[in-house]
Design a protein around this ligand. Sequence first.
Ligand SMILES: *[C@@H]1O[C@H](CO)[C@@H](O)[C@H](O)[C@H]1NC(C)=O
Ligand SMILES: *[C@@H]1O[C@H](CO)[C@@H](O)[C@H](O)[C@H]1NC(C)=O
Ligand SMILES: [Zn+2]
Length: 361
Amino acid sequence: MWKMELVPKSLPLIWGLFCLCLLSTDSAHAQQQQQQARAQAQAGGNIASPWSDDEAHSNRTLDSILVPRVVGSRGHQQVRDYLVQSLNGLGFQTEVDEFKQRVPVLGELTFGNVVGTINPRAQNFLALACHYDSKYFPNDPGFVGATDSAVPCAILLNTAKTLSSYLTKEFRNRSDVGLMLIFFDGEEAFKEWTNADSVYGSKHLASKLARTPSGVQAGGQAQLASRNIDRIEVLVLLDLIGARNPKFSSFYENTHGLHSSLVQIEKSLRAAGRLEGNNNMFLNRLSGGFVDDDHRPFLEENVPILHLVATPFPDTWHTPRDNAANLHWPSIRNFNRVFRNFVYEYLVRHTAPINLRFYRT
Ligand SMILES: *[C@@H]1O[C@H](CO)[C@@H](O)[C@H](O)[C@H]1NC(C)=O
Ligand SMILES: *[C@@H]1O[C@H](CO)[C@@H](O)[C@H](O)[C@H]1NC(C)=O
Ligand SMILES: [Zn+2]
């Protein structure tokens, strides 16, 4: 199960983050603000290049993912193979981070995060993530988790597909930045959501990336990537997307600039008549709480997080109604449009390392 925590800012996690900020020097703080402004400029601004939809691809992709896919099941293996195949087809170098672990109720299971990378030797990465496992309900073997998280995973692949003429040509061989798509396995709890019974795949991948030396030369003064996990400039995590009228708040101060650029992009697309309906998805506000999710192990390693999770959660969340019949297609199309422009703008404007980390200078 998922957990929504609306905590006052004095509780441990949030307080921990403030402590880290206080440790930083004034100049470190000023530098971070500059970095934030740069990151925002990078991903915001005018939409020079409105990329076209490929809704047939989006639908096809979603159809392939929208099956029961509890870790260890046949559907799970099929979806994993499909993700690997799709990423390879889109020109990503793809790996499966596989491991076995004992879990409550179901015993020993084999998990596999699927990770696709373009420009794997680049100094830094923009990482986009979702989870592909579906939740195990003993009384509902047909649960497909449409918003949780089949749609977010389809959005990642559709983003790569609609930007492929850029990603496979002009973007190829860049040494300053690569693109990483992460499909986490085992996000869902098997019994009850706790730190131990949740985010199995993400814990495994974060600890692996934190243990491996980066092997890239430190570039500028802002670049201290000694471990592979330090090469992730920001982890953008999508979850619970596909229901009607979603709202996305900003959850972390250090990535608020990037969140604001989503607000800006949505605004320009709407002004240009390129969005449907009139629901503003991206709220220009810093949420007072946070949602526990796959980003936790990365956050603990000081990776900047942009968490795009709809709050309030869809009302179909963790019910049999979280299925194709209850998806809201205009909202999915709108999200795809805003998100692909965000990713494109981030990459095309990238020139030097972006450091949004809490206490690094
Ligand atoms: C995608 O699926 C939705 C829902 O079934 C449908 O409304 C839409 O027309 C489909 N788009 C394409 C291009 O097939
Ligand atoms: C990228 O670099 C490789 C090796 O140098 C080269 O073969 C390939 O053509 C380059 N790709 C593009 C799109 O420039
Ligand atoms: Zn869930």
